[in-house]
Design a protein around this ligand. Structure first.
Ligand SMILES: [Zn+2]
Length: 178
């Protein structure tokens, strides 16, 4: 990759990094603003509106998750900038091939070429599929349902055994009528 392209991707990465940092800044300002509103008067609301407080807690947790995500993106971008500095930028970490420029244009922090990324995605899908196969709680429900059915079946067989025409009374009756 020539210096001109490197500069281009460095520019893209810095733009992305700035945008993510702005988002994190906004989130932090927002959280601070929220804290200002949550004075001691809000404590009395805790008993009166537990659902409201719960949703607020959820929002905050959700926001924390988003912030973590943003910070991870920034870290990815920093790693890519690091690669530009040491001259390893633009090659796939898995197979070592050049990453397609169109891909870098969209995702300048891409670590993998499109083929390896797709493989990775397929692998992740497989893991997800596997985890779908092992649903212990649901399986337990199904098993206990099966167990109930088999128990009912046994009870039914018991009834059949006692009420069947193989009993002496029935056979005797048949003999008498002949
Ligand atoms: Zn690759």
């Amino acid at each position: 990759m020539d210096a001109k392209m490197m500069n281009h991707y460095r520019y893209l990465l810095e733009q992305h990094k700035e945008r993510h940092e702005d988002i994190v800044d906004d989130m932090e300002t927002l959280t601070l603003g929220e804290n200002d509103n949550h004075g001691s008067s809000e404590l009395s609301a805790y008993d009166n509106h537990p659902a409201e407080v719960a949703s607020e807690l959820f929002d905050r947790e959700h926001q924390m998750g988003l912030k973590q995500l943003e910070k991870r993106e920034i870290r990815e971008i920093e790693l890519a900038l690091e690669k530009i500095r040491n001259g390893t930028y633009g090659t796939c970490e898995k197979c070592g091939k050049d990453i397609d420029p169109g891909r870098l244009e969209l995702i300048p922090w891409a670590k993998l070429c499109i083929d390896c990324a797709r493989e990775e995605d397929a692998f992740m899908d497989e893991i997800k599929e596997d985890s779908k196969k092992f649903r212990p709680s649901e399986e337990r429900v199904i098993k206990s349902a099966d167990l109930n059915d088999s128990l009912k079946g046994e009870q039914f067989n018991d009834l059949m055994r006692y009420g069947s025409s193989d009993s002496h009374q029935d056979r005797g009756g048949e003999i008498v009528s002949e």
